[in-house]
Design a protein around this ligand. Structure first.
Ligand code: PFF
Length: 453
């Protein structure tokens, strides 16, 4: 990043913003969460609803967050304060910081599983006839090992945010993420050529809307928000490092397109294999950790591919975790005057501690569960953050731009800096009417169904 005359850092190149935003968006959400949500909600029908949610809610809201950041040149709390002084709207920024805190607390747990699988996948692929589901269960039900990996992942995230070496990380990511992409393609080829893959392809591609409920709809919007890093100020923060010459509508579309593509590819790598190898599509958060080692076991050099894959998944998770911790840390720095290093370490430690019950939800705390809110504690954290907090952040930021800051200002801001295409009435209509109304309805039926059905 470069400093401009006012002293705020800005992305050094046009690609800087897109890379950081894509790095935030692409992560465990695409490769771990998207497939298991699809499997829990019946396959292709979920995907169709997800894609509609991306178009009607995801894209408009991504643009909205980026312009709130750029117009204000502030962190989320400061952004609302700057655009609506002397009003309680800064609380929406506060909600965003809280949400980032909760998400990172359990995100690090799953990222830790991925790191552990960098070597577990070798054992799994080298032992013929091994039960892949029990390898996973054994890992998450032990006490100290998952905690150690979670701690390592948090330490890496804190280290990067404290040192501010995001630029170096970005250089590596541009090299590493294309490799992850190629690995996904290789996995897809192996997966669809397994005998019996056809049933999985049909499940993934032929929608059956008969099972769609309010929970499916809420699941699809929660996935859209989570995957696009929406509703918690990550994009306000990243947008605040843009200047008025930067293009927004096209870059936002690029990030949305890339994120969606990676999720769809991950599903295509998994579902044919799930059906061919006799796994359960509704297996929940363990799905990718159970299915993929079994696919690697069916490939020449599978162990090596497996190691590479889980390592790269860990890196993808790291670039997302960075954006989560950056929001929380930036708040302590900007609003409370902390030093960056202290803020990152303090928050990292607190987030690690808050995440411990989620890690231990499969062992020590396995009897604590809230059936309406997920199958275990990690699932409960996830439900609360993604089905409640993120959509709430989305509605409030849309209402803010549409009615408080003013839609004219918003449209003007979105098109500033030369656009590949211009946003106008259509986008304004989505932000003012469709986004708030649709989210309220879906949250209402989704929550009702979760508790009373
Ligand atoms: N988008 C990330 C993923 O799909 O893994 C997760 C995430 C990152 C959510 C940053 C929210 C956020 F602010």
């Amino acid at each position: 990043m470069d400093e401009n005359s006012k002293g705020r850092e800005h992305w050094a190149t046009r690609a800087g913003f897109v890379l950081a935003a894509a790095g935030s968006a692409i992560g465990l959400g695409n490769i771990w969460r998207f497939p298991y949500m699809t499997g829990e909600h019946g396959g292709a029908a979920f995907i169709v609803i997800y894609l509609i949610a991306i178009l009607l809610l995801g894209y408009p809201l991504i643009v909205n967050e980026i312009i709130l950041g750029r117009a204000s040149q502030r962190d989320p709390v400061g952004a609302f304060r700057a655009l609506a002084p002397n009003s309680p709207w800064w609380l929406v920024g506060g909600l965003a910081v809280f949400t980032g805190f909760i998400i990172l607390s359990y995100y690090a747990v799953v990222a830790g599983w991925s790191l552990a699988y960098v070597y577990k996948v070798v054992i799994a692929t080298q032992s013929p006839g091994i039960d892949h589901a029990s390898v996973f269960t054994h890992h998450i039900t032990s006490v100290w090992e998952p905690i150690a990996w979670q701690a390592l992942f948090m330490a890496l995230t804190v280290g990067i945010i404290a040192a501010g070496v995001v630029k170096g990380i970005q250089r590596w990511v541009t090299i590493l993420m294309p490799i992850l992409f190629v690995l996904l393609i290789i996995l897809i080829i192996r997966s669809v050529t397994l005998p019996g893959a056809g049933a999985g392809l049909a499940y993934y591609l032929k929608p059956d809307f008969s099972e769609v409920t309010g929970r499916t709809l809420l699941g699809a919007i929660s996935q859209a928000f989570f995957s696009l890093s929406l509703g918690m100020g990550a994009l306000i923060t990243y947008g605040s490092y843009l200047n008025s010459k930067d293009e927004i509508p096209g870059n936002a579309a690029y990030v949305v397109g890339l994120d969606t593509l990676v999720a769809l590819l991950a599903g295509l790598a998994l579902f044919p294999a799930i059906f061919a190898l006799g796994f359960e599509p509704g297996a929940g958060p363990g799905l990718v950790f159970i299915t993929l080692p079994a696919v690697f076991a069916q490939m020449p050099l599978g162990g090596i591919f497996g190691v590479l894959f889980f390592f790269l998944l860990g890196i993808a998770a790291l670039t997302s975790a960075i954006s989560l911790l950056e929001v929380v840390t930036a708040w302590l720095i900007d609003e409370k005057g902390w030093r960056r290093r202290n803020a990152a370490i303090f928050m990292g430690l607190l987030i690690f501690i808050v995440g411990l019950p989620a890690t231990l939800g499969y062992s020590v705390f396995k009897d604590f569960s809230f059936p309406a809110l997920g199958t275990d504690l990690l699932d409960t954290y996830d439900w609360f953050a993604n089905s409640i907090l993120l959509p709430l952040g989305g509605i409030l930021s849309a209402i803010f731009a549409g009615y408080i800051w003013g839609i004219k200002n918003a449209v003007h801001e979105a098109n500033k800096g030369g656009a590949f295409f211009r946003l106008g009435r259509g986008w304004a209509f989505l932000i003012r009417y469709i986004v708030p109304v649709l989210i309220v309805i879906i949250m209402a039926v989704g929550i009702y169904d979760s508790f009373f059905k």
